[in-house]
Design a protein around this ligand. Structure first.
Ligand code: UDP
Length: 584
């Protein structure tokens, strides 16, 4: 019995041992198999990432970095409307259609806003300020969650991730996208021609995709395409958001449209941008010798009904060849080539007029407005042409003759039809002589009027142009000039003398600003403010010399504060030097 049981227990032990060895071997095998599969998967994903960008990527290292460090974010800008963020290892789930911030050992979030990140958003994805459809945020997960997700595909290029605002409209393309992309790339040195643009607004390529391709030698990615790349995409390095520094117009979402309140761009930056774009398109600027006018016409709507007559009229009046162009008959490059050498650009109000940014300095922009559309209320192109140093002359002409307009009340509403409105409202609109100021974007009265066709009254147009453009055409070429402001005046001094119990004199002198020594300035003036200490008001003076004796209203035994600044050519105001206290 004992022997038997002993034998049995040996067998049991032996069996158990065998099972566990087998289990261990099996486990090892499974692990090896898993590892092989994961290696194979990694190899495939790394090939995918490499194909995507032609950049060599150590997939395993990238994955390790994501797992160990997590996502890192550092931003510029205090408010969501001013913010651009730089990320390392930011991911995007194409299934959830959300960006994902993975919290790991080295994660940072600056600014760390807590739930203020949702009030209303981390940042604007487009350059249009505070537009609710353009907000950016991300979802959060711990890195441990990666275990349960499909392995990521890495995008190894430095990515600029953004929304295009309206890629079917040329004004929007330049103002909201191309200029902001160009200057966002100037702001961050690792955004360059090897970077990847990623458009998240969800549109297809749009009408002028070739323009977006000029900024990088890599094909921009559209949101739709991300799905085909993988389930989880991780951007090794990315910037999110666009600089708003160069935009000059607000489209009327919360108040009627108009120039932005605080324009921060000058013609110089606009022209540096167009210069760079033209180089990329292999277009050389410079005069072709012959002076000519470009009439930019629309072919679908908002037509000029007497175009042939207008071309003849302009040619005769200004003794210049007049060339009619349109977006559908000319390539973009040919349009740029023509406009960049034109003396005058004439066009109906519309996005094609943004091409004025390619006009040479000194050229004239003539914008035509249909009946009942007040030019003062729609000024994207006027604002552009009037930017300091843009050196363009702007002229607005409006059709004021009702008999010269053709309306389309029966068209669909988006083309200006008003048949869907109440009869009384239709009658009011038809009778109205001016579209009242309104918000964007579906005001039926505005659409009705802006989609009218016009017979241009040529004598009245000629008169309007001559009233604004005093100099004779062709205009002499204007050279680029940078605006140089005065520095502070130096070595200010004051000397006082008391004349009597009620009269005193105050002599003030100063030296020219340091930078004036190196400049040729036509006219130099000084502005001097004198304030009796303790008083709120001051006496301002504009003086051409570097010293002056003040007599009027100067009291004896009084302390005066004196501020002095230099002014170049009437309008270039320098800074005030530190206030000087003078006792009489
Ligand atoms: N467009 C065009 N020819 C036309 C009408 C429109 O090329 O006859 C283009 C126009 O330049 C713009 C887009 O189609 O890029 C949308 O035009 P819309 O009238 O909506 O905008 P707007 O030009 O008034 O900004």
């Amino acid at each position: 019995m004992y022997k038997l049981s002993c034998k049995m227990s040996i067998a049991i032990i032996f069996n158990a041992l065998l099972v566990s060895i087998l289990a261990a071997v099996l486990w090892k095998y499974v692990k090896l198999w898993e590892h092989a599969i994961s290696l194979e998967e990694e190899l495939m994903l790394s090939q995918q990432s490499q194909e995507l960008s032609q950049v060599k990527i150590d997939y395993h290292a990238a994955l390790q970095a994501l797992k160990e460090n997590g996502t890192r974010m550092v931003c510029t800008g205090r408010m969501h409307t001013e913010r651009i963020c730089r990320f390392e290892s930011l991911c995007y789930s194409t299934e959830a259609e959300e960006f994902v911030f993975f919290h790991g050992n080295a994660s940072i979030l600056l600014p760390n806003l807590g739930s203020r990140r949702f009030q209303p958003a981390l940042l604007d994805l487009s350059s249009v300020e505070d537009h609710t459809a353009q907000y950016f945020n991300f979802a959060e997960l711990p890195v441990a969650a990666l275990k349960f997700m499909q392995k990521p595909v890495f995008v190894p290029d430095v990515a600029l991730i953004m929304n295009r605002f309206n890629p079917d409209n040329l004004m929007h393309i330049f103002h909201d996208d191309l200029l902001p992309i160009y200057y966002t790339m100037q702001q961050f040195p690792d955004l360059n021609e090897d970077s990847r643009l990623v458009f998240m607004e969800g549109w297809s390529e749009g009408l002028h995709f070739e323009l977006y391709k000029l900024f990088s030698n890599k094909q921009p990615l559209l949101r739709e395409q991300l799905k085909s790349l993988g389930n989880l995409l991780c951007f090794t390095k990315s910037y999110i958001g666009l600089s708003k520094m160069t935009t000059w117009y607000q489209y009327g979402f919360i108040q009627p449209q108009g120039p932005k309140a605080n324009i921060l761009v000058s013609g110089n930056e606009i022209r540096q941008f167009t210069q760079s774009l033209m180089e990329k398109m292999n277009i050389t600027s410079g005069s072709s010798g012959e002076e000519y006018i470009v009439l930019f016409s629309r072919t679908i709507n908002r037509l000029i009904l007497n175009e042939a007559e207008l071309i003849l009229g302009l040619a005769q009046e200004f003794q210049m060849k007049t060339i009619a162009v349109s977006l559908d008959e000319y390539s973009f490059g040919d349009l740029v080539r023509l406009i960049s050498r034109a003396s005058m650009l004439v066009s109906m109000h519309g996005s094609q007029l943004v091409m004025a940014l390619f006009l040479p300095r000194g050229a004239v922009v003539v914008e035509l407005f249909p009946y009942a559309v007040n030019p003062e209320h729609y000024t994207p192109y006027k604002t552009l042409a009037s930017l300091p140093s843009m050196d363009l002359q702007y002229v607005a002409w409006q059709n004021t003759k009702e008999e010269n307009t053709i309306t389309y009340p029966d068209k669909p509403w988006e083309q200006g039809g008003i048949a869907h409105l109440d009869r009384s409202e239709q009658e009011r609109i038809i009778k109205s002589k001016e579209v009242p100021r309104h918000l964007c974007c579906r005001n039926p009265e505005w659409l009705f009027r802006i989609y009218q066709d016009t017979v241009v009254d040529i004598p009245s147009l000629k008169t309007t142009i001559h009233q604004s453009v005093k100099s004779k055409l062709p205009l002499r070429k204007i050279k680029a000039r940078s605006l140089i402001y005065p520095g502070k005046v130096r070595d200010s001094m004051c000397q006082a003398s008391v004349q009597s119990a009620s009269e005193a004199k105050l002599s003030v002198s100063w030296q020219v600003p340091w930078n004036l020594r190196y400049l040729k300035v036509k006219e130099v003036n000084y502005e001097v403010w004198i304030q009796e200490q303790g008083e709120n008001t001051y006496m301002p003076f504009i003086l051409p010399h570097q010293n002056y004796t003040f007599v009027e209203n100067i009291k004896p035994f009084t302390t005066y504060l004196v501020w002095i600044r230099c002014i170049f050519n009437k309008n270039l105001l320098g800074p005030f030097a530190e206030a000087m206290a003078c006792n009489t």
